[in-house]
Ligand binder design. Structure first.
Ligand code: HSE
Length: 456
C-alpha cells in the first residue's frame, strides 16, 4: 500500500491502510476527503488509529486515497504523504477508484458543486454541511437518488450524538410530535460560561473558538443560524414536509447580558438557545431563540459544548439524546459512523457480517462484585451507649476503609440509626467489615449497604 500517514508531531508512522492491519481477502473502500480543517484532521486520525477496529466491524478495509484542501502546507499535527495531500479537487471527484467522498469544507459554495459532481460520478457522499443540507437539501438528495447513490450526514446535527441514525432507524415507526433541542455547542458554551463563571460574552466566544467549536464565521453560531440549519434538517427527517429555510424564525444570543442570566437564576430559570420543531394539524412550528427554561427541566442542565435533543414521539414517548455537539473527535466520530450505511449500500460480500462473529475465541472474564472499588453508604441500628462508634471505626480502620462522614439520625426505642458514608474502598473489605459488624452485640439489625456511583 503506497498511501502512508504519519503523526508528524510524535514521528509515529501511520498508513491509511497499515499493512499489518490489512485483513486479507477483505475488499477495500477508497475514500477522498475534501477539507482538512478541525474535523477533517479528526477523520484522518480515526481512519488511521482505528483501522483494525473498523475493518473488523465493517468487514472492509477503509483506505484514504486523497485529502484535498486549499492549504496543504500548514501543519495539522498529522502529516500526510505527498501523494495523498492535494489541492486539486478533481482528483477526489473524478478518480474512478474512489467510492466515497467526505465533504468537510462547509458553506454553500463550492461545497454544493463538489457534492453534485461526486454524486454525478456515482460516489457516496458523507457531509457535515448543515447549511447546505438545510438550504439546498432537496436538490442534493434528488441528485443522489437520480444517480443511484446517497448522501449521509450524521455529523451535521449534534456533533458526536448519533441522533440522525436514531431517528432514521431506531424510531422508524414513530410519529415525532415535538423536538426541543440545544444544538449549537458554541452558544451553549458561551451561555454556560456567562452563567457559571460570570465571563463576558466576548471572552466566552474567544474560548469556544480556541477549543475548535465555533464555525469559521462565528456569527452563524451566535445569531442562531447554525441551530436553524440543524433544526431544519431534523424537521425534514421527522415531519417529511418541505419547508423554506427562510420561514424559520431565528433569534440568536447576542442580546443576552449577564444581568439577564442573573435575573433568570433568581427566578429559578436558565437561559438556553433552543431550537424547537413541533407539528400540529395546520402548520409546522419551527423556531430558534433564547428561552427561559425552568431549572429543573432536563435541558437546563446541558452545559458547555454539550448538545441535547429532547424528542417526543407517539410510540416511544419522550427521550433525550445528549453528548458533545462540536469539536474535532466527537464530530469526526459521527462522520466515520456513516460508513456503516455506505458499506451496506455497496453490498460488499462479507461487509458487516464481522460485527456478529462468534466471539468464543475472545472470551473475557466478567469481574465478580468483590473485585470492585467504590464508595459506600452504610446504615445500621446500634445500641445507644458509649464506645459503639469506636468499635465500628476499629473494624473499618483495620480493613483500610476510610470514613467520609457519620450521622446519628435521632433515637428510637429499638436503638439509634447511624448513617455512614465511606471514601472509596474495596468491596471485599466492605463485605468483611459487614460480617464483623454484624457479629457485634451492639448492632441490632443487619446493616444496609448501598454502593455510591458517581457515574464516572
Ligand atoms: N459550530 C458548531 C457548534 C459546530 O458550535 O455547535 C458543530 O456543528
Amino acid at each position: 500500500m503506497a498511501s502512508a500517514l504519519e503523526w508528524g508531531s510524535r514521528g509515529r508512522q501511520f498508513k491509511s491502510v497499515r499493512p499489518d492491519q490489512i485483513i486479507l481477502n477483505m475488499q477495500t473502500v477508497n475514500i477522498g476527503l475534501i477539507g482538512f480543517g478541525t474535523i477533517g484532521k479528526g477523520v484522518v486520525k480515526i481512519l488511521c488509529n482505528k483501522q483494525a477496529l473498523l475493518s473488523e466491524k465493517l468487514g472492509v478495509n477503509l483506505a484514504l486515497k486523497f485529502v484535498c484542501d486549499q492549504d496543504i502546507t500548514t501543519s495539522r499535527g498529522v502529516s500526510l504523504e505527498k501523494d495523498i495531500l492535494t489541492t486539486d479537487v478533481s482528483k477526489v471527484l473524478c478518480d474512478p477508484q474512489i467510492q466515497v467522498v467526505i465533504e468537510l469544507i462547509g458553506g454553500i459554495q463550492p461545497a454544493k458543486d463538489f457534492i453534485l459532481k461526486a454524486l454525478e460520478n456515482k460516489k457516496y457522499v458523507i457531509t457535515a454541511n448543515k447549511a447546505l443540507l438545510a438550504e439546498c437539501g432537496d436538490e442534493i438528495f434528488a441528485a443522489a437518488y437520480a444517480n443511484g447513490v446517497d448522501v449521509y450526514f450524521e455529523a451535521s446535527v449534534g456533533g458526536g450524538i448519533p441522533v440522525i441514525k436514531a431517528l432514521r432507524e431506531g424510531l422508524i415507526s414513530n410519529k415525532v410530535k415535538s423536538i426541543y433541542s440545544i444544538i449549537n455547542g458554541t452558544s451553549n458554551y458561551i451561555l454556560s460560561m456567562m452563567s457559571q463563571q460570570g465571563c463576558d460574552f466576548k471572552t466566552s466566544l474567544k474560548q469556544a473558538q480556541d477549543k475548535g467549536y465555533a464555525e469559521k464565521d462565528p456569527d452563524l453560531d451566535i445569531n442562531g443560524l447554525d441551530s436553524a440549519h440543524k433544526i431544519a434538517i431534523l424537521s425534514r427527517m421527522c415531519f417529511r414536509q418541505k419547508i423554506e429555510f427562510k420561514d424559520i424564525f431565528v433569534q440568536g444570543i447576542s442580546n443576552i447580558a449577564l444581568d439577564d442570566i442573573r435575573y433568570a437564576e433568581e427566578l429559578e430559570f436558565k437561559i438556553k438557545l433552543l431550537a424547537i420543531a413541533k407539528q400540529n394539524e395546520e402548520y409546522l412550528d419551527v423556531r430558534v431563540h433564547p428561552a427561559f427554561l425552568p431549572k429543573k427541566h432536563l435541558l437546563s442542565n446541558v452545559e458547555g459544548v454539550f448538545n441535547a435533543v429532547f424528542i417526543n414521539t407517539d410510540l416511544a414517548g419522550e427521550m433525550l439524546f445528549y453528548g458533545r455537539g462540536a469539536g474535532e473527535l466527537p464530530t469526526a466520530s459521527a462522520v466515520v459512523s456513516d460508513f456503516c450505511d455506505i458499506v451496506k449500500r455497496l453490498s460488499l460480500p462479507q461487509a458487516l457480517d464481522q460485527q456478529d462473529v462468534d466471539l468464543k475465541a475472545r472470551i473475557k472474564k466478567v469481574s465478580t462484585i468483590t473485585d470492585i472499588s467504590t464508595r459506600y453508604y452504610i446504615r445500621f441500628l446500634a445500641v445507644d451507649e458509649p464506645g459503639v462508634l469506636a468499635k465500628i471505626a476499629n473494624i473499618l480502620g483495620r480493613l483500610r476503609i476510610s470514613i467520609h462522614s457519620v450521622m446519628q439520625k435521632g433515637r428510637r426505642q429499638s436503638g439509634v440509626p447511624i448513617v455512614m458514608m465511606t471514601h472509596k474502598a474495596k468491596e471485599a473489605d466492605v463485605q468483611e467489615a459487614l460480617i464483623q459488624m454484624n457479629s457485634l452485640n451492639v448492632i441490632k439489625a443487619a446493616p444496609v449497604v448501598i454502593r455510591i456511583e458517581d457515574g464516572e
